[in-house]
Design a protein around this ligand. Structure first.
Ligand code: MTE
Length: 313
């Protein structure tokens, strides 16, 4: 995330919300979607059944095409349009997620089993550290569901996450210039990981995740900057010490472990006081809205009682 560049999404790429809503009625019918000429990125997608989540958000969802064409996924390139352009052949089946470390019952979960968990619709406000934001209708389940199954030991204080390394399928992992060290790694404190807002997402907009959004399973932590939301996870480890995280390793002065959305703590190179909501205000809009503490998810404040959030950025 070298510099903040205002998003450029052609208005022709944007699907209005009413089309999304009418499209929901087609769920289960791939032919119906194709007939509407919508989103080739869903060609391989499977419809998912999710019950409405406890977290309702009364804000306009970001158009599907913006969610799936303006991405950060450096394994497929550093440009915002690279993930969609380059992730088409990424193989997400078979897929297993290994959960190990300081647990009583280490396990490997097959994605086909994870997709059978009771899934919830979790429409969340998402804030990227670069200054843009989206509202995304995720489908997923609480991370604590999986943590409960492996039975963390008392010594487990943090959760470490790891993305797959597959240079043969991930063009950003080949070649001389490697923007980051692989695998992409992330981490949460155990209480953050167990917070009911923290989910593993397996879908968005009613269907399995498009590759560019982190298929087949990725983390979503809506009160933190987007880079905490590690994609295409193959391993989750319970550990005692604060784990390494990719962006902190890359530039610890600019990106911290906590990375809570905080309008009062600026990035060293830009303000975090406001944000640009993608798809809002039309093409080339520079309309800004205020960024909210914890991205508006005030219920997490008690996780940080007594902590200096400027020092722990
Ligand atoms: N996960 C992996 N493995 N690789 C990445 O480059 N980028 C992060 C995060 N997860 C990234 C990743 C960043 S910077 C952001 S803002 C979000 O994914 C973007 O998620 P989205 O493209 O689904 O909106």
């Amino acid at each position: 995330m070298p510099t903040y560049r205002p998003p450029r999404i052609a208005s022709s790429e944007i699907t209005p919300r009413d089309i999304y809503l009418s499209r929901r009625n087609f769920i289960g019918s791939a032919a119906g979607l194709a007939a509407m000429g919508l989103s080739t990125q869903f060609a391989e997608a499977t419809a998912l059944t999710a019950k409405p989540g406890a977290y309702k958000l009364d804000e306009k969802v970001t158009p599907l095409d913006a969610v799936t064409s303006y991405n950060n996924f450096y394994e497929f390139g550093t440009g915002k349009s690279d993930p969609k352009a380059n992730a088409g052949d990424f193989k997400t089946t078979p897929w297993t997620v290994k959960v190990d470390g300081l647990v009583g019952k280490p396990q490997e979960f097959g994605i086909e089993d994870l997709l059978k968990y009771p899934l919830e619709d979790r429409t969340y406000r998402m804030r990227c550290v670069e200054g843009w934001s989206m509202v995304i209708p995720w489908i997923g389940f609480s991370l604590s569901t999986i943590l409960d199954k492996v039975e963390p030991l008392g010594s487990a204080k943090y959760v470490a996450f790891e993305t797959v390394v597959r240079p043969e399928e991930m063009s950003g992992q080949r070649g001389l210039f490697q923007p980051l060290d692989w695998p992409y790694v992330e981490g949460l404190r155990l209480d953050e990981a167990r917070h009911p807002l923290t989910i593993l997402a397996v879908g968005l907009y009613g269907e399995t995740l498009p590759n560019q959004n982190g298929a087949p399973i990725r983390l979503v932590v809506p009160w933190k900057y987007g880079f905490k939301g590690i994609k295409s996870i193959v391993r989750i480890s319970l550990v005692e010490k604060q784990p390494e995280t990719t962006w902190k390793n890359s530039n610890a002065r600019e990106y911290g472990f906590y990375s809570n959305v905080n309008p009062k703590v600026d990035h060293p190179r830009w303000s975090q006081a406001t944000e640009q909501r993608i798809g809002e205000g039309g093409f080339f809009s520079t309309q800004n809205r205020p960024t909210l503490m914890f991205n508006g998810y005030d219920e997490v404040a008690s996780l940080y009682t007594g902590m200096d959030l400027k020092a722990n950025y």
